[in-house]
Ligand binder design. Sequence first.
Ligand SMILES: Cc1cc2nc3c(=O)[nH]c(=O)nc-3n(C[C@H](O)[C@H](O)[C@H](O)COP(=O)(O)O)c2cc1C
Length: 325
Amino acid sequence: MKTKITELFGIKHPIIQGGMHYVGFAELAAAVSNAGGLGIITGLTQKTPADLANEIARCHDMTDKPFGVNITFLPIVQSPDYPGYVQAIIDGGVKIVETAGNNPQEYLPPLKDAGIKIIHKCTAVRHALKAQRIGCDAASIDGFECGGHPGEDDIPNMILLPRAADELEIPFVASGGMADARSLVASLAMGAEGMNMGTRFIATKEAPVHENVKQAIVDASELDTRLIMRSLRNTERVLSNAAVERLLEKERTLGPDLGFKDIMEEVAGVYPRIMLEGDMDAGAWSCGMVAGLIHDIPTCQELIDRIMSEAETLIGSRLNGVLEN
Ligand SMILES: Cc1cc2nc3c(=O)[nH]c(=O)nc-3n(C[C@H](O)[C@H](O)[C@H](O)COP(=O)(O)O)c2cc1C
């Protein structure tokens, strides 16, 4: 399958693994890239730019295929050492960066000067148009279904993707709710040039997270995610658990008076305990509705091969068959 995204990034299949906090380590990024997709290391999971440089070097040792680094621009006052992370990416010879969160404009010149291609993850067409205007090479369109931060517009991909196709000139991938060949073929039909998956890639053999996390995704249905932090305009889709239900109760009780300080216990610094130690009630962790479509824990190679071969059958037999009838 050849699309504008496979051409832009020099990858075999139009499948990207989105940056994920405490999941996107070199092991997963390399496994996805070795399977012909685009693996992405999560920059901010590395505590310092030097740690990120080390993670990039580890990934180069595990794959000679292209891989990327995610930089998430967080809506917080005391920001991480973004210039340092950007320099580590440039010095590490990485050629693809996934930006997300706030506008990445300030950091684009050094990245572009180094020949790095930028894919910006957006939850709204207007943000994607802005990304196009400031010089991003591609967009990742994250629908309301997505695990993580879906924004505040609540537009699902059946609407958001065709809207993006109508407006954008740069290529884009579909993100949020993507799990299998059906997701890929539907995304292509709606104008995307490939797909980005988060939650699906956590339930793979190579994802370096605790088995409890993978099993929780397999056990979950599409009804098991919750939206938290709505009133703080920092909405996040997470898997329901004891901590999340406690947090939602605080939201109901405190209403507009709720502040970050009230929910620190449920959201601050909980990822290592969940992802690395498998303490599944330690706090809120991002997970997509797509959990309802995830029933196994394959290798990345098995997953991507299955998606590509079933996509061929879907297009060649089922869709072609519809035409012939
Ligand atoms: C556990 C987890 C952590 C995530 N962390 C980040 C992150 O740090 N930065 C980011 O840009 N996106 C993050 N995401 C979003 C994913 O990159 C991707 O956009 C999203 O998972 C797509 O939706 P899906 O889960 O339905 O596939 C995270 C998602 C999950 C499930």
